[in-house]
Every structure is written in structure tokens, then in C-alpha cells.
Design a protein around this ligand. Structure first.
Ligand SMILES: [Mg+2]
Length: 309
């Protein structure tokens, strides 16, 4: 059986060290390390995601796609907290002279994303960049019953929404299909379903899949102090295992829920037009097991490159 350590994650360790150095998490809620920070008892949440040209996109994305995707990756984190996005601020760093046609197409995509998820741009800042274009969006919203990564219990089922590995196919396959390319360019995270699952009290823990099921489920397990057994035959999307679990940019939800909630979860997901799949079970022992496989596939993409150790 495949096992992966649930103890190491250099990204996580770095973020925690940074938070400690600058004074830590807000007192009222959950700070660093979840999909978004919970600011207060009213469930105000805030998150930031950055896209760097050449790291997070290349010429497979149009400028409008970049604007749309910047919204999508941020609202995905708000939905993963069980929240609804409300407002956003944008920090843009662009080379001079400014390419106005590029920027106006970017703005069009940004606006389409904001409109889709009912989010208002309330401010921002633009600076000159000596290097690539860099866009950072901060999104705030409200999660009346925030769902953290830390609530999974042994015996809970592991659920995922949608299909896994579409962006992976777009990156890795020699001739990716149109569905894969569309998801790479304009992912559609099931934000409203995340909020509805939280409101209904059906889930114990949740996150969005940005770095692949292997890494992200590992994070959820570590935060919850549990392990999980995943059945590869149940992973939705029908793509090769490496694409389904070891790439990322899925922007689907992964959540923990008690078996008794299964019917209610399926009904709610159907109401929102989102498919859901039960792919495994959480266990008391801390390993992440991929049933029938000697090892989890090695990560196929790391959008947070690290230099030599
Ligand atoms: Mg996330």
C-alpha cells in the first residue's frame, strides 16, 4: 500500500515561520495555514493569491483568462472555508511602457470573474515591475459557519467535487482535450456549494485542491491529526493517476463528512449542479494510503519553485 509522510510540507513550514516572525495569527480566529483567515466571530474571511507571469501562466492563457483565473483561484479559497466572497482589492505590477490592450483585456476577464462570483472590486494599487507581470488579489467574504482543515474525524468519508486532473491534462498531455484547456484557462470552483455545505452543517473539514489531492489531502490530514485511505478507482474524471492526484490546479473541493451525511450531501450537490464523489475514508493512524499502489505518484508540478537546499 502506498504511504506518504503526513509530516513534511516545506511551504507550510515557511509560512508558519513567517507568521511567527511577524507576530502570528489574528487573535479572534484562524490565521495562517487554512484556506483563508477567519477574522472575527461574525465569520469575516480574507485570502490573497498571486499570479506571476511565467510561473502561474504562459501563452496558453489569454490576458482575459488571466484576469478571470485570478478571481477564480481566490474565491475557491473563500468557498473552501464555507464562505461567500463579497469584495476584492487588486495589486498589479506591470512592466513599462504599459501594454494598454493587454491590460484592458485582463480587466475584462477580471470583471467577468468578479461578476460570476458576486464580488466587488473596492480598491487596488498599480506599480511598475522591472520583470514579469504580477497580480495579487485579496478577496474578503463571509462564512457564518467557517469550515477549517482541522475538523476531520476517523470514520469520516473523503469527498471531492467535480473531476480531478483537468489542468494536469492541459499541461501534460500531448493533445489535451477542450474541457481540460477550458479548466486550465478558466477554472470554475464550486464556491456556492462550499458555502451551502457549511451552512447545512454537513462537513467537518474542507479545503480546495490547488496542489493536487496527494499534497492537499495530506495537509488536511495533518491539520486534523488523522490519516486517510483513498481508493484510486473512485477518483472522478477518468484521467491517469498522476494527473488526478499529483499535479494540482483542480480548484475543486475536498471535504470530510460523517457517513450519515452522504445522502444530504448528494442532494445538495445536485441542487447546485455539481458532481461529488466519495473517494475514501479518514483513519486514526496518520498515514495517507493509496489502496493497491506501492507509492503515491511523485509531484508532477510545483508552482512554488525552491532553490537548492
Ligand atoms: Mg486553498
Amino acid at each position: 500500500m502506498a504511504r506518504t509522510s503526513t509530516e513534511e510540507d516545506p511551504d507550510e513550514a515557511w509560512v508558519v515561520a513567517l507568521a511567527a516572525a511577524v507576530g502570528g495569527a489574528p487573535e479572534a480566529g484562524v490565521g495562517v495555514g487554512d484556506d483563508a483567515a477567519v477574522l472575527d466571530a461574525a465569520g469575516h474571511v480574507v485570502t490573497t493569491d498571486t499570479m506571476v507571469e511565467g510561473v502561474h501562466w504562459d501563452d496558453r492563457l489569454s490576458p482575459a483568462d488571466v484576469g478571470f483565473k485570478l478571481v477564480a483561484v481566490n474565491v475557491s479559497d473563500v468557498g473552501a472555508m464555507g464562505g461567500r466572497p463579497q469584495w476584492a482589492t487588486l495589486a498589479a505590477s506591470v512592466p513599462t511602457p504599459m501594454d494598454r490592450a493587454w491590460l484592458s483585456a485582463f480587466a475584462e476577464g477580471l470583471q467577468a470573474g468578479l461578476r460570476r462570483w458576486g464580488t466587488r472590486l473596492v480598491g487596488g494599487d498599480t506599480t511598475r515591475s522591472p520583470g514579469p507581470r504580477v497580480f495579487s488579489l485579496t478577496v474578503g467574504g463571509q462564512a457564518p459557519r467557517p469550515v477549517l482543515r482541522s475538523g476531520a474525524r476517523p470514520g469520516d468519508h473523503v469527498w471531492v467535487t467535480g473531476a480531478l486532473g483537468r489542468s494536469a491534462e492541459a499541461f501534460l498531455a500531448p493533445a489535451p482535450g477542450p474541457e481540460a484547456m477550458a479548466w486550465l484557462r478558466r477554472p470554475l470552483p464550486p464556491v456556492a456549494l462550499g458555502a451551502a455545505l457549511a451552512d447545512a452543517g454537513l462537513v467537518h473539514a474542507m479545503l480546495d485542491l490547488s496542489d493536487g489531492l496527494a499534497r492537499d489531502l495530506g495537509r488536511l490530514c495533518r491539520a486534523s491529526g488523522v490519516g486517510a485511505r483513498v481508493d484510486p478507482a473512485s477518483l472522478p474524471g477518468g484521467r491517469p493517476l498522476v494527473q488526478a492526484v499529483a499535479f494540482g490546479e483542480d480548484y475543486e473541493l475536498c471535504f470530510a463528512a460523517p457517513p450519515a451525511a452522504s445522502d444530504a450531501i448528494c442532494s445538495l450537490a445536485a441542487m447546485y449542479g455539481v458532481s461529488v464523489s466519495c473517494v475514501g475514508t479518514f483513519t486514526p493512524s496518520p498515514e495517507l494510503v493509496l489502496i493497491g499502489h506501492p507509492a503515491w505518484p511523485a509531484p508532477a508540478f510545483d508552482h512554488f519553485p525552491r532553490g537548492p537546499a
